[in-house]
Ligand binder design. Structure first.
Ligand SMILES: NC(=O)c1ccc[n+]([C@@H]2O[C@H](COP(=O)([O-])OP(=O)(O)OC[C@H]3O[C@@H](n4cnc5c(N)ncnc54)[C@H](OP(=O)(O)O)[C@@H]3O)[C@@H](O)[C@H]2O)c1
Length: 281
């Protein structure tokens, strides 16, 4: 089986390519230089020539705040680009796996979101990913939609690395305490995606590390494990300005994954060990 990975140089894309390489599964690692996601002909020509059996679509416009300022660009990449890829997958008979997000939900529910719960994004990024889901569902029968949340790893831009970098410059950090979610270690998700794509269990799944916490609890755990003497001051979202609204309840019910993913604390421990091992911490 030959698998095409889009966004191969991003945080999750790198973890997926590493997992495929480790399993000895042929992988085509595609970045921006491989094809233009927002150009139908470019997507079509690349998928036809690469002729993958399956595609793991990790590429996305992921800057949630900037998306509010340039919504057309975000929609073009996430919604339209995904539609082009879904059509190319359908035309060539490749399976397609779209990585989607907790941000397709409003966050107003009290309980963790299940795969069939009503969606209602509160920002442009969430809306663009909802439209990506719709495109995949309508254009490609052999497709998987895997929603995840709060991704982190030792590489790329993520909450763990931001907190560690900010904590080097100050003795206390204000972190929001009213957003709850499931932090998810990219290599754990990557292992699940590579396992899932080899099945025919099409449809929507939620794949997150087990457990949940608030942003401020997550920050405290990061600093504790990294042994950085910086204090976390929990504050409500209303006092920390941000361009985009964010869902308050981002919890996804990941009980449907087989196997259930490890706890977020276990993922965080491995992430911190990785940062220490590579000299980044
Ligand atoms: N990060 C999270 O917390 C989170 C949570 C839920 C779901 N997700 C989803 O998980 C997936 C992976 O996220 P991530 O954390 O790995 O994000 P990331 O590190 O920002 O990686 C995104 C990748 O997409 C590529 N990309 C962006 N615009 C592109 C374009 N116009 N054409 C081609 N490639 C483009 C980027 O390329 P460059 O490297 O060249 O910029 C990058 O390699 C995304 O679908 C995201 O929506 C992420």
């Amino acid at each position: 089986m030959k698998i095409l990975v889009t966004g191969a140089h991003g945080q999750l894309g790198r973890a997926v390519c590493a997992e495929l390489n480790q399993k000895g599964i042929p992988c085509i690692a595609a970045g921006r230089d491989s094809f233009t996601l927002t150009d139908r002909e470019s997507v079509d020509a690349f998928v036809r020539s690469a002729a993958p059996d399956a595609i793991i679509h990790c590429a996305a416009y992921t800057d949630v705040d900037r998306a509010e300022l340039e919504p057309e660009r975000c929609m073009a990449v996430n919604a339209q680009g995904t539609a082009f890829l879904a059509q190319a997958a359908a035309d060539t008979g490749a399976k397609l796996l779209l990585v989607s997000t907790d941000y397709v939900f409003s966050g107003a529910a009290a309980e963790p979101y299940g795969p069939d719960d009503p969606r209602g994004p509160v920002n442009v990024y969430g809306l663009s990913k909802l439209q990506a889901e719709e495109a995949v569902r309508s254009l490609c029968k052999r497709s998987f939609i895997v929603r995840t949340s709060w991704l982190f790893s030792a590489e790329g831009s993520n909450f763990v690395r931001k907190i560690l970098s900010q904590a080097r410059e100050t003795r206390s950090l204000r972190v929001v305490c009213d957003q709850t979610g499931c932090p998810t270690y990219a290599p754990d998700l990557a292992a699940y995606l590579v396992q899932l794509i080899r099945t025919d269990h099409y449809g929507i799944t939620h794949a997150v590390n087990s457990g949940f916490c608030t942003r401020s609890e997550f920050a405290s755990a990061i600093l504790r494990l990294a042994r950085i003497p910086c204090q976390v001051m929990p504050v409500p979202s209303s006092v920390v300005p941000s361009v985009a609204r964010r869902p308050l309840n981002s919890r996804l019910d990941g009980a449907g994954t087989e196997p259930v993913l490890p706890t977020w604390q276990s993922g965080l421990q491995r992430c911190i060990s990785d940062l220490v091992r590579t000299g980044a911490l």
